[in-house]
Design a protein around this ligand. Structure first.
Ligand SMILES: C=C(O[C@@H]1C=C(C(=O)O)C=C[C@H]1O)C(=O)O
Length: 83
């Protein structure tokens, strides 16, 4: 029982690393998404592609349910930038 605080510290260290990775991935994803949107607009297309967004939403929903949909909507919004 005496080592429980140390266990918690170790587990929190792992959580902190996961959070940093999630935030790095968040920024990487939104950067890629903006890049694709800008390239498409530059070649005369639309910034958004709703059929592709539906695929992304379905992927997150199948893994996480309603929370997945909420998360995917935030990810998609982050990649859009100002409309
Ligand atoms: C990144 C793209 O462009 C937009 C952004 C998407 C995304 O962030 O996942 C999905 C579809 C598009 O609305 C793409 O077409 O793949």
């Amino acid at each position: 029982m005496h080592d429980q605080p140390q266990d918690i510290d170790e587990l929190r260290g792992r959580i902190d690393r996961i959070d940093r990775t999630l935030l790095d991935l968040w920024h990487e994803r939104s950067g890629l998404s903006r890049k694709i949107g800008e390239a498409r607009v530059a070649s005369g297309g639309t910034r958004l592609v709703l059929s592709r967004e539906q695929q992304v939403l379905a992927r997150f929903k199948s893994s996480l349910g309603d929370d997945g949909v909420a998360l995917a909507l935030l990810l998609l919004r982050a990649g859009r930038g100002p409309l």
